[in-house]
Design a protein around this ligand. Structure first.
Ligand code: KG4
Ligand code: ZN
Length: 340
């Protein structure tokens, strides 16, 4: 029997990255991301600037994705796009573009939930990367999200824990800002943490019931601590930067691992898959590896380019939905607070 070739073009524009990807039968042919450096000067994403940059980037990014995949738009089977959650102005650019292209080519349109996509990124066919078996726990950790999800099947997911204030990436970035580091500060804190003593300074972990997270108290604790220490010694930050970074990172990882331990205990699930930009952190990767020996976990970390915001993860959801015939109508709208 001849197998059908399913080509999906996927578009992601939920925050500050304009991304497009082409997938053939579950395998990525191209994965293009245009970041927006304009936000660095502001120390965070400025929604209005993000939306404008998406408008400038979307056509060249899609063209690049098709070119690198060596696929003509007339070969496409469907267009997948991020419907939400995210910044409304940003989502609208990708949504409108995807709708017009699908209409023009007269092919199906597939709406994708960004949070499901971070988790389903583990199902991209990629040599050297195993796919987690159901049920598993997905933990999405990034500058915009912190969630633990019970994944029963591709489209049967339940959020069992999430942040009640800041995302974990924000905890890294805002701590970095207090220390005078650039934005985003996560990678720099990670680098310095390797050179410092994680137990040099102690920050109390927030007390949040159950599987939810809170990071805003930690940020305030760090701010007060730095204010107090620099009053006594104006050079405190410079003299102790690596130790401070190591201690902050150690505290944040402790919070994440404690919640994963509890989630695993409550659900009896020991397969744990992470995603989102913070999964690049060397400390969290090591802590998960340690969890395999200590708690009997099996852990899954996707290829780096599929963990930060990207369109390959939108493409895999598009492909899975295509196989189920789950298509969107032309009247579909962006939804900034879309739930899993
Ligand atoms: O997934 P992502 O690229 O974008 C979204 O926020 O959706 O994640 C970016 C976040 C930033 O907060 C950044 O500081 C953090 O991921 N990050 C890291 C590391 N690399 C990126 N945090 C800690 N350690 C890292 N190595
Ligand atoms: Zn994301």
């Amino acid at each position: 029997m001849a197998t059908q070739n399913i080509y999906i073009l996927a578009i992601e524009s939920s925050c500050d990255d304009t991304a497009a990807s082409v997938m053939l039968n579950g395998k990525i042919l191209s994965n293009v991301v245009a970041g927006q450096s304009i936000h660095e000067a502001y120390g965070g994403v400025v929604p209005e600037l993000a939306s404008r940059a998406h408008q400038q980037n979307i056509v060249p990014v899609v063209q690049q994705a098709l070119k690198r995949a060596n696929v003509d738009k007339n070969q496409l089977s469907a267009i997948a796009f991020t419907r939400g959650p995210g910044l409304m102005g940003s989502l609208l650019v990708g949504t409108s573009f995807a709708k017009s292209l699908a209409y023009g080519l007269d092919i199906p349109l597939i709406d994708v939930n960004h949070m499901q996509a971070h988790i389903l990124a583990h199902f991209i066919d990629e040599e050297g990367f195993n796919k987690p078996p159901f049920p598993f726990l997905g933990m999405t950790i990034s500058g915009g999200h912190t969630q633990i999800v019970r994944v029963n099947s591709h489209f049967d997911m339940e959020v069992i824990g999430e942040t009640i204030d800041d995302a974990v990436g924000e905890a890294f970035d805002k701590s970095g800002k207090i220390l005078g580091l650039g934005y985003p500060a996560g990678p720099e804190i990670d680098k310095r943490a390797k050179l410092g003593n994680p137990k040099a300074f102690k920050f109390t972990k927030p007390k949040v019931e159950g599987l939810n997270f809170s990071f805003s108290g930690l940020k305030t604790a760090i701010l007060y601590f730095i204010q107090k220490e620099t009053k006594a010694n104006p050079n405190f930050i410079e003299e102790n930067l690596n130790d401070i970074c190591a201690s902050i990172q150690y505290t944040i990882i402790g919070i994440l691992i404690d919640k994963l331990k509890l989630a695993s205990k409550q659900t009896g699930i020991s397969h744990i898959a992470i995603g989102g930009g913070v999964s690049a952190n060397t400390g969290i990767r090591q802590a998960l590896k340690d969890g395999e020996a200590k708690f009997g976990w099996t852990t899954y970390v996707p290829k780096f380019e599929f963990t930060t915001d990207n369109a390959a993860m939108i493409a895999i959801v598009g492909y899975l939905k295509y196989m189920e015939g789950d298509f969107a109508q032309q009247n579909v709208t962006a939804s900034s607070r879309l739930k899993i």
